[in-house]
Design a protein around this ligand. Structure first.
Ligand SMILES: NC(=O)c1ccc[n+]([C@@H]2O[C@H](COP(=O)([O-])OP(=O)(O)OC[C@H]3O[C@@H](n4cnc5c(N)ncnc54)[C@H](OP(=O)(O)O)[C@@H]3O)[C@@H](O)[C@H]2O)c1
Length: 243
């Protein structure tokens, strides 16, 4: 679908890939809705992207809370009249071996990385249907393409998201809604500092890797919106991908 003129909701827009995606969508002519928990960051980005002329809206929203998500999407519709695109980008890393990882950490990451996008899709679908269709892009991870020690719970959360996305894609095709997944490679964002646990091991694992800039991932998100392709990865062949 066309991005120019579309209303694009981005979760996790307060930093990294989400912020870059919001900037890229705005540059391509979209009106953007920025959702995350850090309101100061969202307000600054919304101002940068033109909140004063109605081109951007900041909405505080914890994506694990269905009531907050419903309110945020309603605020988007109230401001812009409709929603055309949803980028489910909010997420968090977790590094830990299957034998030792803390179960509370795993529960929290599953809640955010799997239930979060599900909650947002459930709230967004009625709005997308009302507009006659749209696009959902779910941000997965290249970790699903390999079996790297220490990535199990995080990769499992993203594998679950990929399956959920594939089934949603089949279910929503009759409504003219495409559901796509993007699998980024290591990307230079706040991901390593916001990781739930295992930062040192995660940094060791990625030492020597060439990190992508978030702007590269953002362009890939916009390409998925335009093409509606089911899945694209940015992972080099040496790491099991196709990039
Ligand atoms: N960086 C990488 O190497 C990499 C590679 C593959 C995939 N990914 C995926 O890319 C996505 C974006 O990550 P990033 O690299 O850009 O990291 P990041 O800079 O840490 O961004 C994460 C974003 O998620 C938001 N978020 C976290 N919990 C939230 C919640 N409960 N409700 C709403 N928003 C929440 C954060 O905002 P607030 O804290 O303000 O809420 C932040 O904007 C994630 O899904 C991640 O798994 C990243």
């Amino acid at each position: 679908m066309q991005i120019d003129g579309a209303v694009v909701v981005v979760t996790g827009a307060s930093s990294g890939i989400g912020a870059a995606t919001a900037r890229a969508a705005a540059a391509a002519g979209a009106r953007v809705v920025l959702a995350a928990r850090r309101e100061d960051r969202l307000a600054a980005l919304a101002e940068e992207l033109g909140s004063a002329r109605g081109a951007a809206l900041a909405v505080r929203c914890d994506v694990t809370d269905p009531a907050q998500v419903a309110d945020a999407l309603q605020a988007a519709v109230d401001a812009f009249g409709r929603i055309d695109v949803v980028v489910n980008n909010a997420g968090q890393g977790l590094q830990g071996t299957v034998a030792d990882v803390d179960l509370e950490d795993v529960r929290a990451v599953l809640e955010l990385n799997v239930l979060g996008p599900l909650v947002v899709m459930q709230a967004a679908v009625p709005h997308l249907r009302a507009g006659g269709g749209g696009s959902i892009v779910n941000i997965s991870s290249g970790t699903t393409l390999a079996a790297v020690p220490g990535t199990g719970p995080y990769a499992a959360s993203k594998s679950a998201l990929e399956k959920l996305s594939a089934v949603a894609r089949a279910e929503l095709e009759p409504d003219g809604i495409t559901v796509s997944c993007l699998l980024p490679f290591a990307t230079s964002t706040e991901f390593m500092t916001s990781i739930r646990a295992g930062r040192e091991a995660a940094e060791e694992m990625t030492a020597g890797a060439t990190f992508d800039p978030p702007e590269r991932v953002a362009e890939a998100v916009l390409d998925l919106v335009r093409t509606g392709a089911p899945q694209v990865d940015l992972v080099p062949r040496a790491y099991g991908g196709s990039a």
